[in-house]
Design a binder for this molecule. Structure first.
Ligand SMILES: [Zn+2]
Length: 222
């Protein structure tokens, strides 16, 4: 029952039934934004940061507040290297989509507070766990002045049994101007996938921009 709900609601991340979620920019320019969810991870996030640094591109990290508290030095590194740290709730609870308004608010506020206390910066962007929104989440997100960010290309990098090549191919087959690509820095070999993807993007004439830059394009699709 819950699984069915999550599958249904996840499939609807771009449909904006409840919440104005930015999932792609409407542009003909070959630009994409890279987003990494569920970190920071002690081992894999620094490796991802190394690759991003080598290519000189900025990404957005939707961090889990309690992991951010655990690895504040990684969060500081993300920010000091020009990337964006954004809200992915405090504890990424499986039942988050079924939470009361009070606990949704607590999950979002605690994550914002954790990030702010480490970086000294306020948080503007939020991605709901599992991509699931509902009227309660929508109300809280709006009241907190956060912008919800979805994705237009789901890499499925967390599913087992897929090679990095297969995942990279999946992303490239779906590539389009203004795409927001969903990745997970917590995945083993996340940096290898990223390296492959950077090569493919450059071969296809795509430039990586931050989610904020995509937002500035303004003409994003509703
Ligand atoms: Zn997540």
């Amino acid at each position: 029952m819950l699984t069915a709900f999550l599958v249904w609601a996840s499939a609807d991340v771009g449909s904006n039934i409840y919440l104005k979620t930015l999932c792609r920019a409407k542009t003909t320019e070959r630009v994409v934004a890279l987003t990494f969810d569920d970190g920071p991870n002690e081992v894999t996030t620094p490796r991802v940061l190394d690759v991003l640094k080598r290519y000189g591109v900025q990404a957005t990290f939707f961090v889990v507040g309690q992991s951010a508290e655990q690895y504040p030095e990684i969060v500081q590194r993300i920010v000091s290297e020009g990337h964006t740290v954004a809200n992915h709730t405090y504890s990424h609870k499986a039942l988050f989509p079924l939470s009361s308004a009070q606990s949704v608010k607590e999950e979002l506020q605690r994550c914002n507070d954790a990030i702010a206390s480490i970086t000294g910066q306020s948080v503007n962007l939020f991605r709901p766990p599992f991509g699931v929104t509902n009227p309660i989440i929508a109300r809280v997100v709006k009241a907190m002045g956060l912008q919800a960010i979805g994705w237009s290309i789901r890499s499925l990098d967390t599913l087992s049994g897929r090679s990095r090549e297969q995942i990279c191919r999946r992303i490239c087959n779906r590539l389009h101007p203004g795409a927001i690509i969903l990745l997970h820095d917590r995945c083993k070999d996340a940096e290898i996938l990223l390296e492959m993807l950077m090569i493919q993007l450059s071969q296809r004439g795509y430039r990586v921009v931050s989610v904020s830059e995509l937002l500035n394009i303004r003409r994003y699709e509703d």
